[in-house]
Design a protein around this ligand. Structure first.
Ligand code: C2E
Ligand code: CA
Ligand code: CA
Ligand code: CA
Length: 279
């Protein structure tokens, strides 16, 4: 059954047509995915470099569809954004992540923060702040244990409006991180006007940090910038001890990446948290 959904040169000479068809199929499946309980959240730890402890987790959506198998968020999130389905999916993600973080808080008394990715489509909605407030109230999660990740491009269009929205989110007590930092068009003068808490250095700068003097210099500069602006900084996609050593040398506060852990389902992450609390 899985093969039916896959694109295949066998049946379509025109590969463009084929991709359009596959996209349409994905879209149709996506419409039923929440109802059919096909989504799950995985959680990837974010580690305090100096204390060697997990301080927070990033929630990452996973979709398993009976017809298409596992579909990467890099593939279906853009479709969800174009069709508006991201609103419903995003609301599901936020609620699920807050419920889970509240559960860990109650179960272990440990204050793990959860980071949730927010699409620019969600961010632009006037009802966003009210929805966040509602979810915090319904789940009972303290606002300081939630952080929202937004990309540079999401906040760098309509800057003045966005500052107001970010301010409203901040007033709830919820943190804001800029995701994939360095890949967009952040104007440094705006950066200090945004009420944000965290910069997440994009993985593309971390990959060659041990061998490229340029990349190392960029990362060092971003960390210095974060320090100046009083922001936390997370290095994304840390895979090797060599990368970690350099980041330590730069006084990077937090790291996230396969070196420490891949994104894990709630049970596996919980095992990691229990293990850590007994160290
Ligand atoms: P992102 O927000 O930049 O998330 C980080 C991605 O890098 C994740 O991919 C994660 O699994 C991967 N990653 C983490 N550590 C490493 C590493 O050491 N090496 C490598 N090679 N990769 C690493 P994932 O889960 O496939 O998500 C891809 C993108 O999809 C995310 O990028 C985000 O933009 C989007 N996404 C995922 N979940 C959600 C969601 O719930 N809502 C929205 N709006 N977007 C989401
Ligand atoms: Ca992210
Ligand atoms: Ca990122
Ligand atoms: Ca990304």
């Amino acid at each position: 059954a899985k093969d039916q959904g896959r694109c295949c040169f066998k049946f379509y000479s025109d590969s463009l047509n084929c991709r359009a068809r596959e996209r349409l199929e994905l879209e149709q499946e996506l419409r039923k995915a929440i109802e059919n309980n096909e989504f799950a959240l995985h959680y990837q730890p974010q580690i305090d470099v100096s204390a060697d402890k997990i301080v927070s987790v990033e929630a990452l959506i996973r979709w398993h569809n009976p017809k298409h198998g596992f579909v990467s968020p890099a593939e279906f999130i853009p479709i969800a954004e174009e069709t508006g389905l991201i609103i419903e999916i995003g609301e599901w993600v936020l609620k699920k992540a807050c419920q889970q973080a509240k559960f860990w808080l109650d179960e272990y008394g440990s204050e793990y923060r959860v980071s949730v990715n927010l699409s620019s489509v969600q961010f632009k909605r006037g009802s966003l702040v009210g929805y966040i407030q509602k979810v915090l109230k319904e789940t009972g999660l303290p606002a300081n244990l939630l952080e929202l990740e937004l990309t540079e491009s999401a906040i760098m269009t309509d800057v003045e409006e966005n500052i107001i929205r970010l301010q409203q989110i901040k007033e709830l007590g919820v943190g804001i991180a800029i995701d994939d930092f360095g890949t967009g068009y952040s104007s440094l003068s705006y950066l200090k006007k945004f009420p944000i808490n965290t910069l997440k250095i994009d993985r593309s700068f971390i990959t060659d940090i041990a061998t490229s003097a340029d990349d190392a210099a960029i990362v060092k500069a971003i960390i210095a910038l974060a320090e100046t602006l009083n922001l936390a900084v997370i290095a994304e996609g840390v895979e090797t001890t060599g990368q970690l050593q350099i980041l330590r040398g730069f006084n990077c506060s937090l790291i996230q990446g396969y070196l420490f852990s891949k994104p894990l389902n709630a049970n596996d992450l919980e095992a990691l948290l229990i293990n850590e609390s007994h160290l």
